[in-house]
Design a protein around this ligand. Structure first.
Ligand code: GLU
Length: 496
C-alpha cells in the first residue's frame, strides 16, 4: 500500500487505435493507486491529433474499461470538477497557455515551411549531425513574429529550449535522468492547424487537473526532459513521474506487437483487450495477468483478485525492467477464475458464447452443463466446442474416429452392438448408473473401459473430446443415446 494523500491519476488514451494490453496495464495501475488512496481515477481523451482520429476508438476504450471493471470517477462521459475531459474541447485553455509561454519567452512562432525543414534535415543528415530544428525563427523579434502570426501567416509554435545548462528529470523507478539542454530540440507545441500536440496539452491538463502521479509508457522517456522543462517554464510543481516497463514479445525478443492479433510463432495471442474478451477470457483473469507485467508483490505470489490488488499494489514494487508477456499464464489464470465462479455465474458468462455460435441455448440448459465442463475449459469459448453438441439435433461422427483404440472396425462394431443391448436392457432409473454396466461389458469383451468409452464417446457426442461421457449420456437421454450407438454400429460394420 502506498502511503500518503489521495492520488489523482489519469488514464489518457489517444483515440487513434485499439485498446492494447499495455495501455490496460497503465489504466489498472492508475485505478489501483486511486482506489487504495481513496483518490480519483480520471479518464481523459487525448484527441488533438485529428489526422489519426478514429471515431470507434473512444467507445472501445469505454467498453473495455467497463468490462475490466476499471470504473472512472471523472471523464468525458460523466464530467467532473475539471471538465471538459476531451482535449479537443479544451483548445481555448491551450491557446491561453501558449500565449503565456510566448509572453514569458519560453516559446516562439515559427514560420518555416515544410520544404525548408526538409532541406535542413537533409543537410544535417549529410553532415551526420543530429536532425533537429536549426532555430531560424527563434531569432525573430517577438513583436514582428506576433504581427505575422496575427496577420494570418501560417505558423507553428515551438518550445524555446534553454541552450545552456542541464535538465534533471526524475523518474520514480529510474531515479534522476540528466540531459544537456543543448541536445533537446525546440519541439513543436502547437501545430499549424492551431491544435496543440501532446507535449503541451498533456502537461497543461495534468497540471490543471491536479494529477499527482503520471503513469505512462516508457516511449515517453526520450521527451521526458522536455516535459520537465515545460513544467519549469510555467513554474508548476511536478507530479511524480512513473514510466512503466516495456512489454516484450513472449520470446523476450523485441517489443510486444502493437498490431498483430494472433501470432502463433511468437506465442502471442491477442494484444487488444476486446479481442481477449471475444476469445473467452474473463476480465478477472486479464486483470490478474496484466497486474504482474511490471509489478510483483513478492517472489512467489501470483493469484491476485482485484480487491487484493487494491490492498497490495504499491508503486515502490514496480520494476523498470522490460518484461516478456506470457500468454500461457493468461490461460492459467483464466482456468483458475473459471473454476472460482459459481454455477450461475459461469452460466451467465457462457451464454453469450453459445449465442454468438448461433446455438439456441438458454441459461437453465447451460447451468445443467456447467458442472460437466467447469474443470475442463480454459477459455469460455472452449465450452462451445466441448458442449455445443448438446444443443444440436444430431451429431456427425467421423467414421474413422469411431474405431476404438488398438481395435479393428469389426471389434468396435461388436462392442457398440453389445453396448446397445446392455443399455437397452437398463430401466430409466438404472440408466443413471450405467457406468458399472459398461465397465462389466468391457471386461466381458476383454477390452479396457477406456477403449469402450472412446467408441461410445464419438458415437454419442460426435467428438473425441467431450465432457465426462456417462454424465453426458444421462443428459442426452437413453433414447437418443441408443439411436446414436445403433447408427455408429452400422457405420463400423460398413468399414473394412
Ligand atoms: N495520449 C497518450 C498516449 O496515448 C497518453 C500518454 C500519457 O499517459 O501521458 O500515448
Amino acid at each position: 500500500m502506498t502511503e500518503g494523500k489521495p492520488a489523482r491519476v489519469r488514464f489518457a488514451p489517444s483515440p487513434t487505435g485499439r485498446f492494447h494490453i499495455g495501455s490496460a496495464r497503465t489504466a489498472l495501475y492508475d485505478y489501483l493507486l486511486a482506489r487504495q488512496s481513496e483518490g480519483q481515477f480520471i479518464l481523459r481523451i487525448e484527441d488533438t491529433d485529428r489526422n489519426r482520429f478514429d471515431p470507434q476508438a473512444e467507445n472501445e476504450y469505454y467498453e473495455a474499461l467497463r468490462w475490466l471493471g476499471l470504473d472512472w470517477d471523472e471523464g468525458p462521459d460523466i464530467g467532473g470538477p475539471f471538465s471538459p475531459y476531451r482535449q479537443s474541447e479544451r483548445t481555448e485553455i491551450y491557446r491561453q497557455l501558449t500565449e503565456e509561454l510566448i509572453d514569458g519567452g519560453h516559446a516562439y512562432y515559427c514560420f518555416c515551411t515544410p520544404e525548408r525543414l526538409t532541406q535542413v534535415r537533409q543537410l544535417q543528415q549529410k553532415r551526420k549531425e543530429p536532425t533537429r530544428y536549426d532555430g531560424l525563427c527563434r531569432r525573430l523579434s517577438p513583436e514582428d513574429a506576433r504581427e505575422r502570426a496575427l496577420g494570418g501567416e501560417r505558423h507553428v509554435v515551438r518550445f524555446k529550449t534553454p541552450q545552456e545548462g542541464q535538465t534533471t528529470a526524475v523518474d520514480f523507478l529510474r531515479g534522476p535522468i540528466k540531459v544537456d539542454n543543448h541536445t533537446i530540440d525546440d519541439y513543436i507545441l502547437v501545430k499549424s492547424s492551431g491544435m496543440p500536440v501532446y507535449h503541451l496539452a498533456a502537461m497543461a491538463d495534468d497540471h490543471l487537473m491536479e494529477i499527482t502521479h503520471v503513469l505512462r509508457g516508457s516511449e515517453w522517456l526520450p521527451t521526458f526532459p522536455l516535459h520537465v522543462l515545460i513544467y519549469e517554464a510555467f513554474g508548476w510543481e511536478q507530479p511524480i513521474w512513473i514510466h512503466l516497463s516495456v512489454l516484450l514479445n513472449p520470446s523476450g525478443k523485441g517489443k510486444l506487437s502493437k498490431r498483430s492479433t494472433v501470432d502463433p510463432k511468437s506465442g502471442a495471442k491477442a494484444v487488444f483487450v476486446n479481442d481477449l474478451r471475444e476469445m473467452g477470457y474473463l476480465p478477472q483473469a486479464v486483470i490478474n495477468w496484466i497486474s504482474l507485467m511490471g509489478w510483483s508483490y513478492d517472489d512467489h505470489s501470483e493469484f491476485f483478485p482485484i480487491d487484493d490488488l487494491i490492498g497490495k499494489f504499491s508503486i515502490e514494487k514496480l520494476s523498470p525492467s522490460p518484461a516478456a508477456v506470457n500468454f500461457s499464464k493468461l490461460d492459467h489464470f483464466n482456468g483458475l477464475y473459471i473454476r472460482s465462479l459459481s454455477t450461475d455465474e459461469l452460466a451467465e458468462e457462457l451464454l453469450p458464447f453459445f449465442t454468438k455460435a448461433e446455438i439456441d441455448a438458454d441459461l437453465t440448459e447451460i447451468k445443467v452443463l456447467v458442472p460437466l465442463i467447469q474443470e475442463r475449459i480454459r477459455t469460455l469459448d472452449e465450452a462451445v466446442d466441448m458442449a455445443g453438441f448438446f444443443f444440436q439435433p444430431d451429431v456427425h461422427p467421423e467414421s474413422s474416429e469411431l474405431v476404438g483404440k488398438k481395435m479393428s472396425a469389426q471389434d468396435s462394431a461388436r462392442a457398440a452392438e453389445r453396448a446397445h443391448e446392455v443399455i437397452q436392457a437398463l430401466s430409466e432409473s438404472e440408466f443413471e448408473q450405467l457406468e458399472g454396466a459398461l465397465r462389466d461389458l468391457a471386461d466381458e469383451l476383454g477390452i479396457k473401459a477406456g477403449q469402450l468409452f472412446g467408441i461410445l464417446r464419438v458415437a454419442v457426442t460426435g467428438q473425441k473430446v467431450s465432457p465426462p461421457l456417462i454424465e453426458s449420456m444421462v443428459i442426452i437421454g437413453k433414447k437418443i443415446v441408443l439411436a446414436r450407438i445403433e447408427r455408429a454400429a452400422k457405420i463400423l460394420n460398413s468399414l473394412e
